[in-house]
Design a protein. Structure first.
Length: 132
């Protein structure tokens, strides 16, 4: 006689797949719009810097030393981060979308403050060199 045991297959319950959530609900559009205004403020500040900063440099005779790269980065970052946050928030719950937008605002603000700090350091060094 044989003591062989037949393998028993475990019963597997079917897994319910979650239904896809709509990409753009009215509440998610309101969230995107409200955060869009916050990001628009950063874009507004970047445009103001892009217009006014060269005038400041020109007034002290440093028009050739305008940090154009910093000014362009300051303009592009809020736009790109908002678009990325919007894309990452698609098909997510409203709270998740809001958290993604808040993280994007934090990144944008951090980079904006970094651009300002670099500008101040550069401007002070140029002014000190000019003063002798």
């Amino acid at each position: 006689m044989s003591d062989a045991v037949e393998p028993v297959e475990p019963e597997v319950e079917p897994v319910e797949t979650p239904t896809a959530k709509p990409a753009l609900t009215p509440l998610s559009l309101v969230i995107a719009g409200v955060f869009g205004l916050v990001y628009a403020y950063f874009v507004y500040q970047a445009i103001a810097n892009l217009i006014e900063l060269p005038k400041s440099y020109d007034a002290i005779g440093l028009s050739a030393s305008v940090p154009w790269v910093l000014l362009v980065i300051g303009l592009l970052v809020p736009v790109l981060v908002y678009v990325l946050a919007f894309i990452l928030g698609l098909r997510r719950r409203v709270l998740d979308k809001a958290v993604i937008f808040v993280m994007g605002v934090a990144v944008t603000a951090g980079l904006a403050f970094t651009v300002v700090a670099i500008h101040r350091l550069t401007f002070q060094a140029l002014a000190a060199t000019l003063a002798g």
